[in-house]
Design a protein around this ligand. Structure first.
Ligand code: SF4
Length: 237
């Protein structure tokens, strides 16, 4: 497994004072209206219902669950991620619109936690996708979840929650780690490189040996390998 790259700090502030005021207002509004994708991966998910419901009530912060990745801002990874699940997590992340944020809840997302020796789980989430914030613990209490969300809000407001840009700038690195785990035929239907161009985030790390492998795939959707293990039957006539 390759070592984790240092994420380069990119200065994105504009020089025009009016534009900076406008950017600050946009970031403030964005940080106060966040949808969390309703998707859970491990036992840490059990702390989310109390964080959402009346006692801790995360909606008072402007945060609520959302069922579709297209409308969600935050992907919460709530515990250990099996290799099978990680494929779905990456696909889901790529389906979310930018800017998007990832929070790793539980020690299992940081270093594998109690599953560190398991052959079936991914140990370090940030080798496969950029993570904005970790909330460690086995499992973290709802107070920790709420504090983590507030920290993310502060980072969004101050313009520091830019990990989604790192996925475009260093796509070859993330794709390389994904290919090591899933095989060289791994590919999602998302055209990340075209998205990187769209956001003007194409950089040296976007393209490389691993993205070149994508060009060799003849039937990209077959390589996704997400079938449920049985062939689809012909419809009855
Ligand atoms: S850190 Fe503990 S509670 Fe969280 S997913 Fe791992 S084993 Fe479960």
């Amino acid at each position: 497994m390759s070592s984790i790259k240092q994420i380069p700090v990119v200065e994105t502030k504009r020089t025009n004072p009016l534009a900076r005021v406008f950017d600050d207002l946009v970031r403030f509004c964005r940080s106060r209206s966040l949808f969390i994708l309703h998707y859970c991966t491990g036992c840490g998910a059990i702390e989310l219902p109390p964080a959402m419901t009346s006692r801790f009530d995360m909606e008072r912060l402007g945060i609520q669950p959302m069922v579709s990745p297209r409308q969600a801002d935050i992907l919460l990874i709530t515990g250990y991620v099996s290799i099978k699940t990680l494929k779905r997590v990456i696909l889901t992340y790529e389906q979310m619109g930018s800017p998007k944020y990832v929070i790793g809840i539980c020690s299992c997302t940081v270093n594998g936690g109690m599953y560190w020796q398991s052959y079936a789980t991914a140990k370090k989430l940030d080798e496969y996708m950029p993570v904005d914030l970790y909330i460690a613990g086995c499992m973290p209490r709802p107070e920790a979840v709420i504090t983590g969300l507030q920290q993310l809000m502060d980072r969004i407001h101050s313009g520091q929650a830019n990990s989604w840009e790192d996925y475009y700038r260093n796509y070859d690195y993330y794709l390389g780690n994904q290919q090591k785990l899933f095989g060289e035929n791994w590919q999602t239907p998302t055209d990340v490189i075209t998205e990187a161009k769209h956001y003007d985030l194409l950089s040296e790390g976007t393209l490389g040996d691993h993205t070149r492998l994508l060009e060799q795939h003849q039937k990209p959707l077959e390589a996704l390998d997400m079938r449920l293990g049985h062939e689809l039957k012909e419809p009855r006539k």
